[in-house]
Design a binder for this molecule. Structure first.
Ligand code: UDP
Ligand code: MG
Length: 315
């Protein structure tokens, strides 16, 4: 029998967990032919989340948990989930029931059809502000322009991943994580499933504007080093202005026989030296970008299928 691990990162979710427990048990009891493991990652909650999880485990052995030593953030909690999951596939789901568990049978269906990464795409989002939706939309537009890796729009972390994807993700051990970019980066057969995202069932969102900005910066910097090129790009108009102004000043002094004036010389000097400085920043940026990419120590590629004579170890 195939095993499926449902990973639930939870941070201060005492109010939502009883509802989640109820809906999840109802759902997994209704699905035959699979063994389920529900893995809570308690991400340093300060309320009764851990006690509730322990209670649940007492009642039902299929529920297990990892208790992190402090709050590490959802990204890292998810990674811990991947490390501890035993299933042939894993499903990430939020503790606040914004991702309806009732979608899980559909995710499994596509997995059985051979897809490795079945992700849930939001058709609508309840209980979220217009501003949050708008900024998130614009942000993904910009991000997609900056990178060659294909990014899935309007998707969160709610998805099913085959063991192959789990093993691939476990190889990406960088500490500044952006799971969104990693799901895209690993590739494999992806399938989208549409759903309506509900409002949070209880408790408060941990989301705020600072988190949004942090997430946005993490997203961009983990996808691409192109912001480092900004400096190089800015130096180009600086040098062009320098060139044009230089020609203008020289021409004027020859044609009208007007001697070069002090302020003109100063403007030329400023343009020249600031141009050089900006350019040098750009050069440093290029090397920095390379160091950044190397230190991530990612595998260079992942193989979907190998078909040939040589014997190989599968993983
Ligand atoms: N979460 C976590 N660690 C954190 C913040 C959030 O594990 O530091 C969990 C949280 O318990 C929930 C999920 O991540 O299960 C999504 O968080 P939230 O609902 O606050 O985010 P939103 O859905 O509002 O973007
Ligand atoms: Mg939520």
């Amino acid at each position: 029998m195939k095993k499926i691990t449902i990973i639930v990162p939870a941070y201060n979710e005492e109010e939502a967990l009883p509802y989640l427990y109820e809906r999840l048990t109802k759902l997994i009891n209704s699905i035959q032919n699979y063994e389920f493991e529900i893995l809570f990652i308690n991400d340093g909650s300060k309320d009764k989340t851990l006690e509730i999880i322990k209670d649940i485990r007492q009642k039902d052995e299929r529920f297990c948990y990892v208790n992190l030593s402090r709050n590490f953030g959802k990204e890292i909690a998810m990674m811990a989930g991947l490390d501890y999951a035993k299933g042939d596939a894993v499903i990430f789901i939020d503790a606040d029931l914004q991702d309806p568990p009732e979608l899980i049978p559909e995710l499994i269906k596509y997995w059985e059809e051979g897809y490795d990464d079945v992700y849930a795409k939001r058709k609508t989002r309840q209980g979220e502000t217009f501003f949050k939706k708008f900024t998130s939309k614009m942000y993904y537009r910009v991000l997609q322009k900056l990178t060659k890796v294909e990014i899935q729009q309007d998707t969160g972390d709610f998805r099913l991943l085959d063991r192959r994807c789990v093993n691939a993700l476990k190889k990406l051990r960088e500490s500044q994580r952006s799971s969104k970019s990693m799901f895209s980066w690993i590739g494999y057969n992806k399938k989208e499933v549409l759903f309506d995202r509900d409002a949070r069932i209880a408790g408060k969102t941990k989301w705020n504007y600072k988190r949004l900005v942090d997430l946005a910066i993490d997203g961009i910097t983990s996808f691409t080093t192109s912001p480092l090129r900004l400096s190089t790009y800015i130096s180009i108009p600086t040098f062009m202005t320098l060139g044009i102004y230089f020609i203008y000043v020289i021409a004027k002094s020859f044609v009208v026989h007007e001697p070069i004036q002090a302020f003109q010389a100063i403007i030329l000097l400023i343009l020249f030296f600031s141009g050089i400085q900006i350019l040098l920043f750009g050069i440093v940026g290029e090397y920095l970008g390379r160091i950044f990419n190397e230190t991530k120590n990612r595998p260079l590629y992942l193989v979907d299928e190998y078909n040939g004579e040589k014997e190989r170890n599968e993983d």
